[in-house]
Write a protein that binds this ligand. Structure first.
Ligand code: HEC
Ligand code: HEC
Length: 205
């Protein structure tokens, strides 16, 4: 009897792991650039994606697919991701977004330095949408910034500023973010706010 019960538990666990793997299958195509752990790689300009909110991931994949993101002239990295996104069916987008959301948060290290106190003051504006801890507020469609690589935050803030992101009116949420990037007047301001966000990441690790 004891043996039968443990066999049953074993079989249940096996089934659960099979289902998890079924989910995982949708992620295999992403590994080459975003890594097994979803932390991304600076050498490929590919961001961290593990643990991001599934609605945010889904929207980005749909935006790349429709050309609302990644189709701006000169945006090489966006173009690479756009090519991948255009190969995904709506079901695949749904599956991979849920799977990536469920991945454990990646271990990230800091690479950007700046004036933390100046960054803290600048972040006051950002907190309204991204939260005081930068964990993101899904109700406002604002993603977590602490789950993201710092160099990628810098790139994206520049992309918003120079119109390589949020260039389409259909990119409603990108359009909400764009004016916020414009309050960061120069590269120092961008580095300062990103360096401050790094301190929030260290705090909650
Ligand atoms: C050939 C390399 C490559 C592959 C494969 C790839 N990506 Fe990407 N991905 C990138 C790059 C580069 C970027 C940055 C694009 C940019 O700057 O807009 C990116 C950006 C993203 C973003 C935007 C993140 C953000 O916060 O702005 C998401 C989401 C994403 N990828 C998900 C995926 C998923 C899911 C898969 C697998 C189905 C995948 N990617 C496969 C290279 C890749
Ligand atoms: C009015 C609300 C709002 C404010 C204020 C705001 N953001 Fe955002 N932010 C958003 C939304 C919404 C998105 C998601 C856009 C999308 O879906 O493409 C976003 C996206 C971003 C991204 C892209 C992240 C990624 O993974 O690609 C960065 C970086 C960012 N915000 C930084 C900031 C910083 C820094 C500030 C303060 C200077 C700020 N935001 C202020 C709403 C806001």
């Amino acid at each position: 009897m004891k043996h039968a019960v443990s066999t049953l538990i074993y079989l249940t666990l096996l089934m659960v792991s099979c289902f998890t793997h079924a989910d995982n299958a949708s992620y295999i195509v992403c590994i080459a650039c975003h890594g097994e752990d979803g932390a991304g790689a600076v050498s490929q300009n590919s961001p961290a994606i593990a643990g991001l909110d599934k609605q945010y991931i889904k929207r980005q994949l749909e935006n790349y697919q429709s050309g609302a993101r990644g189709a701006a002239k000169g945006d090489i990295s966006g173009g690479i991701m756009r090519a991948i996104a255009t190969s995904l069916t709506p079901e695949k987008i749904q599956d991979v977004s849920s799977y990536v959301d469920s991945m454990p948060r990646p271990i990230l290290s800091e690479s950007i330095t700046g004036d933390i106190e100046a960054g803290r003051r600048l972040y006051g504006t950002c907190a309204a949408c991204h939260g005081s801890d930068a964990q993101g507020l899904p109700a406002l469609n604002a993603p977590s910034l602490v789950l993201q690589q710092d160099w990628y935050l810098v790139t994206q803030l520049k992309n918003f500023k120079n119109g390589q992101r949020a260039y389409e009116s259909s990119d409603v949420f990108g359009r909400q973010m764009q004016p916020m990037a414009l309050i960061l007047v120069d590269d120092d301001a961008i580095n300062d706010v990103v360096a401050f966000i790094g301190t929030l990441r260290q705090k909650d690790n």
